[in-house]
Design a protein around this ligand. Structure first.
Ligand code: G5P
Ligand code: MG
Length: 216
C-alpha cells in the first residue's frame, strides 16, 4: 500500500462508467479513505432513514437527489474522515455541489472517466451489488466466485432498482446535462484529469500512472 501525502480526489463519470470499479483498484494500491454517495444513499434507503425515504423517490426516477440533502450527507462523512486522504465517488454531481465542496475543502485532483453510452447500457444489465459494502460485480467482467453471493461476506447480491434500461437512459441524460459545467469548473482550476476508454482494463493503467505521479 502506497503511503500518501495528504491528497483529496474526486472520481466522476457517467452512470456505469466504472467509478466504483476503478475506485476499488485505487483503494487496493493507495491509502485513501473512500465515500460513495450512491452507496451511502442506498444504505439509507435500505434502513428507511428519513434521508433514505426522501432520496428513494429521486433514485427510482433516475433523478438527482436535491443538493441540500446530499451536501449535508457527504460533508458529515468528509468531516468524519478528518485529516486523511480521501476519494469521493459520485459527489459532486452539480455545479452547486462542486462549488460547495471547494469552499469547504479544496481537492487536489478530479479523475473523469469517459466511456461510450452504448458500452454502459450493455454492462449495467449484468451488474450485481453487495449493498452493505457497495462492492460491484458483473456477470461478464468480474463475476462473483459463488453466483449471487458477495466474495468477502458470502451475503446475497442484488440488482439495483435504478438499473432497468429506462432508468439508466434517464440517468445518462441527467449526467450529460450536468457534466460540462462541472468539468469546466475543475479544468479552470487546473485539476481535471480525463481518461477515455471502453473497458476498465484499458482505463485503469492510465489512472494508476497518473496517480503515482500526482501524489509524489
Ligand atoms: P451512484 O450510485 O453514484 P451512478 O449512476 O453515478 O450511481 P454507478 O451506476 O454506480 O454510477 P459506476 O460506479 O460508475 O456506476 O460503475 P461501476 O458500478 O463501477 O460499473 C458498472 C458495471 O460495469 C459493474 O457491473 C461493473 O462490474 C461493470 N464493469 C466495469 N468495468 C467493466 C468492463 O471493463 N467491462 C465490463 N463488461 N463490465 C465492466 O448514484 C445513484 C443515484 O444516487 C443519487 C442519484 O439519484 C443517482 O442516480 N445520487 C446523487 N444525487 C445527487 N447528487 C449526488 N452527488 C448524488 N450521488 C448519488
Ligand atoms: Mg458506483
Amino acid at each position: 500500500m502506497r503511503k500518501l501525502k495528504l491528497f483529496r480526489a474526486i472520481i466522476m463519470g457517467a452512470p456505469g462508467s466504472g467509478k466504483g470499479t476503478i475506485s476499488d483498484r485505487i483503494l487496493k494500491r493507495f491509502n485513501f479513505k473512500y465515500a460513495a454517495t450512491g452507496d451511502l444513499l442506498r444504505q439509507n434507503v435500505k434502513m428507511k432513514t428519513p434521508l433514505g425515504i426522501e432520496a428513494d423517490k429521486y433514485i427510482k426516477a433516475g433523478q438527482l437527489v436535491p443538493d441540500d440533502l446530499i451536501i449535508k450527507c457527504i460533508l458529515n462523512r468528509v468531516s468524519a474522515i478528518g485529516n486523511d486522504s480521501w476519494l469521493l465517488d459520485g459527489f459532486p454531481r452539480t455545479i452547486a455541489q462542486a462549488e460547495y465542496l471547494w469552499n469547504f475543502q479544496p481537492v487536489e485532483s478530479v479523475i473523469q472517466l469517459s466511456v461510450p453510452h452504448d458500452v454502459i447500457i450493455e454492462r449495467v444489465k449484468d451488474r450485481w451489488v453487495h449493498l452493505p459494502s457497495g462492492r460491484v460485480y458483473n456477470l461478464h467482467f468480474n463475476k462473483p466466485k459463488v453466483p449471487g453471493r458477495d466474495d468477502v461476506t458470502g451475503e446475497e447480491l442484488v440488482q439495483r432498482e435504478d438499473d432497468d434500461p429506462e432508468t439508466v437512459k434517464k440517468r445518462l441524460e441527467v449526467y450529460d446535462a450536468c457534466i460540462k459545467p462541472m468539468a469546466d469548473f475543475y479544468r479552470q482550476l487546473g485539476i481535471l484529469a480525463e481518461f477515455e476508454g471502453r473497458t476498465t482494463d484499458e482505463i485503469w493503467p492510465k489512472v494508476q500512472t497518473y496517480l503515482e505521479k500526482a501524489i509524489k
